[in-house]
Design a protein. Structure first.
Length: 376
């Protein structure tokens, strides 16, 4: 940003008409947060929300006004994959250290994911995996030559296994669903039906074995099934799935009461806490949980206008991805859209920076005349 300011020449930077609407879409969402500050009771929390969400304005601004080429795109994606791989190796080495020195099992879920919540880490790794996958599918690989195919196939398997170890329920479900769908589409396109059948059979068998023989994964999915099937929910529970169901019920009530303008982002969590206390949701109240759903979180804070603006940030890129066959943008939008349903991603830096950086990177990049991460 400092470099962008020092460069100057703002007239030229803002002269381009292409994709200007996308920039104003992002900017207006952030401006709405600024406007909401005028009716915020909790001013410090409102200012904190503006600070956390500043990249909603910064990254679209930088990518919109500073064109970049395919070589730079390659560098961004290389760095991201190397970073993810380094993080995974660090987490595994750390887990091995605790296992051999203290006899502790740090190979699953929160204990394994050192840098961030497992759900966010799974999302990061999923995007890295799909960059590799689409490079494999693409005859004109984006940044890996033909002789390296075996290496990044191994990397893809490594990432997939690590996502399983992270044991984030939605992360596993979304990643393997999109992975299976991508493989099916690609192999049907290439008319390799026998190979496709073999891959699907092996994948299903592997996932079933993981569920059966890895207790940490099985227990988490068993809790998911139990919580969704149970009609009588324990109001004092703090189990992840159960407490989310309770929190979402409280969020829906606040949306009904503040449909048009919301309560402001600065007051959203305070109003949720009061609703938990009123309803006797002791687990949610003690842990001071947010809405654990970005759609609800935004609707409570900014009302219907803010909610629709946020949806537009998914819909327009999604249309662009389908229309122009931008496979990686399509998968990215789906990854984020699903993760928004169980996490208030825009409340944390690990969520908001991931979302705004890659959305801007893929959306403002000029794919014409360059190598795309297409599936064929």
């Amino acid at each position: 940003t400092l470099n962008w300011l020092i460069e100057g020449d703002f007239k030229t930077k803002f002269s381009g008409k292409q994709k200007k609407n996308y920039f104003f879409l992002f900017a207006s969402f952030y401006v709405l947060h600024i406007i909401a500050l005028f009716y915020t009771i909790n001013i410090p929390e409102g200012l904190s929300a503006l600070e956390v969400k500043l990249s909603l304005l910064i990254f679209p601004l930088l990518f919109f006004t500073t064109p970049f080429n395919s070589k730079q795109l390659q560098a961004f994606l290389k760095a991201f994959i190397i970073g993810c791989t380094t993080a995974m190796l660090f987490c595994l080495l750390r887990a091995a250290y605790y296992y051999f020195t203290e006899g502790l099992n740090y190979f699953f879920y929160m204990e394994l994911s050192y840098f961030m919540h497992p759900g966010y880490f799974s999302m990061y790794l999923s995007l890295a995996a799909f960059v590799l996958l689409f490079s494999l599918f693409n005859r004109n690989n984006l940044f890996l030559n033909a002789s390296a195919k075996r290496s990044y196939l191994i990397a893809l398997v490594f990432i997939s296994l690590f996502i399983v170890l992270l044991s984030a329920k939605l992360g596993i479900l979304v990643y393997f669903s999109l992975l299976m769908l991508s493989v099916i589409i690609e192999f049907i396109y290439r008319q390799k039906y026998l190979l496709l059948f073999g891959i699907v059979a092996v994948s299903v068998s592997t996932l079933y074995s993981v569920y059966q023989y890895i207790p940490a994964v099985r227990d988490r999915f068993s809790n998911l099934i139990s919580a969704t099937a149970n009609k009588e929910i324990d109001k004092t529970s703090s189990e992840s799935t159960t407490v989310r169901i309770l929190v979402w019920g409280a969020a829906q009530e606040l949306i009904k009461e503040n449909f048009w303008l919301g309560v402001s982002p600065g007051d959203t969590n305070d109003r949720l806490y009061r609703e938990y206390e009123k309803r006797g949701y002791t687990g949610a109240y003690e842990h001071k949980l947010n809405a654990h759903n970005q759609y609800y979180q935004t609707f409570i804070g900014l009302g219907i206008v803010g909610f629709l603006l946020m949806l537009a940030q998914f819909i327009f890129p999604l249309v662009s991805a389908v229309k122009n066959k931008k496979s990686i943008l399509l998968v990215f939008i789906l990854l984020v859209a699903f993760n928004f349903s169980t996490e208030s991603m825009l409340q944390t830096q690990s969520g908001v920076i991931f979302y705004t950086f890659f959305n801007s990177l893929f959306l403002f990049y000029d794919w014409k005349g360059t190598v795309d991460l297409k599936m064929s």
